[in-house]
Design a protein around this ligand. Sequence first.
Ligand SMILES: [Zn+2]
Length: 266
Amino acid sequence: MRFKNLSQLKRPAPQQIPLAILPQDIAMTYYARAKAFKVNELVRTIHADSFEWYGFTLAAGDNPELIIDIGLPQNSQNQLDYATIGPAMIAEFQEKLPQATIINGWIHSHGALNYRHFSHTDEKNHLAVLDFIEARLRRPIAKKQVVIQDLVLLEEKRFTENDLKKGSVAIITDKPITAAKIMETVYGSFCYSIVIGDEGWHEQKIHYKERAVLSGHTMVSSKTAKIVFVDTGKTLTQAAISELSDEVQKKIKPHTDPPPELIERM
Ligand SMILES: [Zn+2]
């Protein structure tokens, strides 16, 4: 058989019906921003030095796209652990959160360094956080056609073993049918990543993971995003600052050695 041109060989693209869109910008309350930069300030005041710290961005379970708070886990003094966020550490932090609060990303500071990018280690941390939080954030974002070569349609109780030997996938129905389309759900989730500096700058990305239930097709991607600040009326009160000050004292420890990771992370 000869084809007149190559386009005749092309299969039609699988049908895809979008159901939801994952966040394209980062929504964050002014309160959460104030708290993040307050941590930077408190680190400098309490520890008389500026250095990196990390925390998680928090949301309400019924509004996972809006960062409403910053959560500080125990930042380890150990240089290697400090730079690497693993599932055990995230799990430990999450266990202490109220039931209705979820982690929707992570935030860290480069302190006084004017290094306004995500480092190689940061990129690894993005994926560790995304992997951990994706189950809770995932939602159906599309129905996508599963293209099956040699789909065989059979009728219940009316097929033979020989019929089963044909084709790659068989659909068995209660009534005879002549055509069928299989649509699988694609689940999508996201993770915010924000890096800030003492001078007031911030850079951020959103990481995405999409997974199709039947084919198992998985796609991880990321994009630089802007932050849209939201005013909820909540402000960082003096009492809250004093509480945060205790947390910074307890959870963020100054480096006892010259920090080699600063060099390594750049
Ligand atoms: Zn970093």
